[in-house]
Design a protein around this ligand. Structure first.
Ligand SMILES: Nc1ncnc2c1ncn2[C@@H]1O[C@H](COP(=O)(O)OP(=O)(O)OP(=O)(O)O)[C@@H](O)[C@H]1O
Length: 455
């Protein structure tokens, strides 16, 4: 009897709770500390099937019993409002699993404080970005970045802007080609205007009139007074030809002549018009794709691509994601008159690891959804998860490195290894024990690889 009391005292001496179930999954022991953490008396619990007390998917102890495995979890959500660190081990008698025991410590308050610290860190990071942006040169104020890749690119653009050389900006959709074209114009201090044309959006038969303008009565349906073309509007300014790869072939010949001679005729016009403008073009296609294409003249390509500015996709500069996200979150919160809310750690991680095929444009859309639909004080994964389902990206598929990256064998294997480890760890909900088991490596090795691959 005395022994029994001493053991009880010892069990309740520390802050850990203890719960024991038998092989039929019934609770046979429930410590005083368990009663305190979960606010349930022994009488309500002992003898009951543990699944009647907690949701089955939250029960590490059941996994232990059923699979004969030791489980350790940090900040495990035991109920909707309680977080615990836990360790659960099987009870083995004569080689058979006869039950399982779980010990838990309530870390709800710790988690709350960590979240608060994280919010504050986010605020500091957001404010630091803002200060950096204020210090940014006038012409680049609305271009947000943190990565060194983009810092280098900005310096390259500043140098290019000082010249009058033709610039071709390449990069996937939504990376900011037009934004950069505009800042090239702004920083080149020309007296004229920035005139954009989307070559993919103009019907073929209207292209010439749009670019060169026309005299009155030049064709049926034309404006009676005639019309200025974009070339004329861009005089002493910047002509921005977006999607230049979509320019019709016959126009390419005519435009090449303009670039060579700086002279052209308006449609229906007899007098040659001289022009002076800076040319910035942009395309989603790669230079080699344009060179190999029958639909694009290589002589024109050489002319327009005196200086090439390549803007890398967002997934290749994950350091920019958080700054861009908060920048747009801030502006969208103002637009929708809601308070600026910050994202939790897990959402930020997921935003960083998503591959953003639509680049910054897609990130802005996601920020807008979060501002409009999130109900919580802190933005979390719920809305983003729904978005990933919608765009068919919800399953954490294992991606292999792109062959066009031209990696050598060592770097390729390195990338595959990193992807596979990340995939397994994600699949196991960051359970290191289980992940190291699945990967067939020890826990220390897994930890060291995770450090090496920085996740
Ligand atoms: N670094 C950046 N900082 C702030 N906003 C950005 C940045 N990059 C892109 N954006 C924003 O993302 C959106 C898409 O950018 P933009 O239209 O310039 O892309 P694009 O490369 O020209 O796309 P497309 O090829 O589809 O025309 C715009 O709203 C732009 O303001």
């Amino acid at each position: 009897m005395l022994e029994h009391s001493i053991i009880e005292e010892l069990i309740n001496f520390y802050n850990h709770s203890f719960t024991i179930i038998d092989k039929h999954e019934k609770v046979i022991y429930w410590s005083d500390r368990a009663s305190e953490i979960f606010n349930m008396e022994k009488s309500e619990v002992i003898g009951k099937d543990i699944k009647e007390i907690f949701a089955e998917d939250k029960l590490a102890i059941l996994q232990t019993l059923r699979n004969n495995e030791v489980i350790e979890k940090k900040q495990h959500m035991a109920t909707k409002s309680i977080y615990v660190n836990l360790k659960s081990v099987p009870i083995i008698i004569e080689g058979k699993v006869e039950g399982a025991i779980v010990s838990e410590i309530d870390v709800t308050e710790q988690k709350r404080q960590e979240e608060e610290i994280e919010q504050l860190k986010n605020q500091v990071s957001f404010l630091t970005d803002n200060v950096k942006q204020l210090k940014n040169e006038e012409h680049f104020k609305n271009i947000i970045f943190k990565s060194s890749i983009m810092e280098n690119l900005k310096n390259q653009i500043k140098r290019a802007a000082k010249t009058n050389a033709n610039i071709l900006i390449t990069g996937e959709t939504g990376v900011g080609k037009e934004l950069f074209a505009q800042s090239i114009h702004n920083s080149s201090e020309t007296s004229g205007e920035f005139i954009p044309i989307n070559c993919g959006a103009i019907p073929k038969h209207l292209f010439e009139a749009e670019l060169f303008g026309y005299e009155k009565g030049a064709f049926t349906g034309a404006n009676k007074e005639g019309n200025k073309g974009k070339l004329e509007l861009a005089k002493d300014g910047t002509l921005f030809l977006d999607e230049i790869g979509d320019m019709p072939l016959d126009m390419q010949v005519k435009f090449l002549r303009v670039l060579q001679e700086r002279k052209y005729f308006r449609l229906g016009g007899k007098k040659e018009v001289s022009t002076h403008f800076r040319l910035v073009s942009a395309t989603n296609k790669s230079i080699s794709e344009l060179l190999n294409s029958d639909d694009f003249r290589s002589d024109l390509l050489y002319r327009i691509n005196v200086l090439n500015i390549h803007i890398p996709p967002l997934r290749e500069r994950p350091d920019d994601i958080e700054s861009l996200f908060y920048y747009y979150l801030y502006h969208l919160s103002k637009k929708y008159q809601t308070e600026l809310r910050y994202a939790d750690h897990s959402l930020l991680n997921n935003l960083r690891s998503y591959h953003w095929p639509g680049n910054v444009r897609e990130l802005i859309n996601v920020a807008e959804r979060l501002v409009i639909f999130s109900n919580e004080d802190q933005l979390n994964n719920n809305i983003f998860d729904q978005y990933l389902v919608e765009v068919g990206q919800s399953d954490k598929t294992l991606s292999v490195p792109n062959l066009s990256e031209n990696l050598n064998l060592k770097d390729y294997i390195h990338k595959v290894e990193a992807e596979y480890i990340k995939y397994i760890v994600d699949q196991n909900d960051h359970n290191i024990e289980k992940s190291s088991h699945d990967l067939g490596i020890s826990r220390p090795t897994l930890y060291s690889k995770m450090r090496k691959f920085q996740f």
